[in-house]
Design a protein around this ligand. Structure first.
Ligand SMILES: Nc1nc2c(c(=O)[nH]1)N[C@H]1C(S)=C(S)[C@@H](COP(=O)(O)O)O[C@H]1N2
Ligand SMILES: [Mo]
Length: 314
């Protein structure tokens, strides 16, 4: 018998959710002693939309802080294409069709390439990374993401010497996103990073969370996660990654440059013009916590900004 190494297992072979539901019915008459841990979970813990990801390596980049619940992370979202209130993306993204999907990686690179999600699943071993996430609005969550450093993908396409920034573009289709008409922001959603920020190991190409593929409201099938920056930098449902020589436009900066800068590093010392950024509310907690410089990742990333006035480059 041929035993496959985890990396040889294709994404399409991973047990689809539908199968779990069938398995539930099937297992109904089997004594608990014969069932695996998965089957022993409560029905609510199993009632998820994702596909299980196998062989996730633990990451040393994870925070030891307590994770938020799956329910919190999937029912309190910002995804304006699917509605502007926190509970709307869970409802209006439910039927978002994310297959087939391609992400074009292009621009100042020697080897531009279009990736399917299956291709992206195999660029580097998937890791589980538990990151803090701080929204510019003052709430925060802790999420076990699944993915790998964006640098692995960027290295594959071989950036040229002219690649100084990376521009991200996300999916946009009014047919699938009718509520985007009321988003009040220019779409498609675009974001950008400086090349050294994009190549930093913490910057993650994210394909899953809680051990499964991403649910639509959290940016299926692939999103960016940049944990030391305000949440809006972490663009969801990516379709294009373009390496460029000049600082690219970013949606919230286009919308209101006075309130949202290009850098948007989490910074308790620089207030938003309409509210303080000194504290935050972790979902599930009552008392506010202090917000940390670079969202607690200062040791890893502060050196990217030596000599820069972070009040000016907010
Ligand atoms: N395409 C797209 N990406 C997006 C947004 C959006 O509205 N559209 N909202 C951003 C904001 S403001 C935040 S805080 C995070 C929220 O991610 P989460 O819902 O998975 O917690 O997604 C970011 N990515
Ligand atoms: Mo946000």
């Amino acid at each position: 018998m041929l035993i496959k190494k985890p990396v040889d297992i294709r994404y399409s072979e991973v047990t689809p959710k539908a199968l779990y539901f069938n398995r539930r019915k099937f297992f109904a008459g089997i004594p608990a002693a014969f069932l695996g841990a998965r089957e022993l979970l409560s029905p609510s813990a199993r009632a998820r939309a994702g596909t299980k990801l196998l062989a996730l390596a633990k990451s040393p980049l994870s925070t030891p802080e307590k994770e938020n619940t799956y329910n919190d992370v999937t029912h309190y979202n910002n995804y304006y294409e699917f509605g502007t209130s926190k509970d709307e993306p869970a409802e209006y993204a439910k039927n978002f069709k994310t297959s087939p999907w391609t992400v074009s990686v292009e621009g100042e690179v020697a080897k531009p390439r279009k990736y399917s999600i299956d291709d992206l699943m195999h660029v580097a071993p998937l890791e589980e990374r538990i990151y803090r996430h701080r929204c510019v609005e003052g709430w925060s969550i802790v999420v076990p993401w699944a993915g790998y450093s964006l640098s692995a993908l960027l290295k594959q396409v071989e950036p040229t010497a002219k690649a100084k920034f990376v521009a991200f573009q996300t999916y946009y289709d009014l047919g699938q996103m009718p509520r985007a008409k009321y988003a009040g922001i220019e779409l498609p959603y675009v974001e950008g990073l400086r090349i050294d920020e994009a190549m930093h190991p913490l910057t993650m190409l994210t394909l899953g969370m809680y051990g499964e593929t991403l649910p639509p409201q959290d940016g299926a099938p692939v999103r960016l996660t940049v944990p030391w920056k305000y949440g809006f930098k972490s663009a969801k449902s990516l379709v294009k990654i373009r390496l460029v020589d000049k600082q690219p436009p970013s949606t919230w900066n286009i919308t209101n440059a006075h309130e949202y800068g290009f850098y948007s590093n989490v910074n308790p010392a620089v207030d938003h013009p309409r509210w303080s950024q000194a504290t935050e509310r972790r979902l599930g907690e009552l008392r506010r916590r202090p917000t940390l410089p670079f969202n607690g990742y200062a040791d890893q990333v502060a050196n990217l900004y030596t000599g820069m006035d972070l009040k000016k480059f907010y």
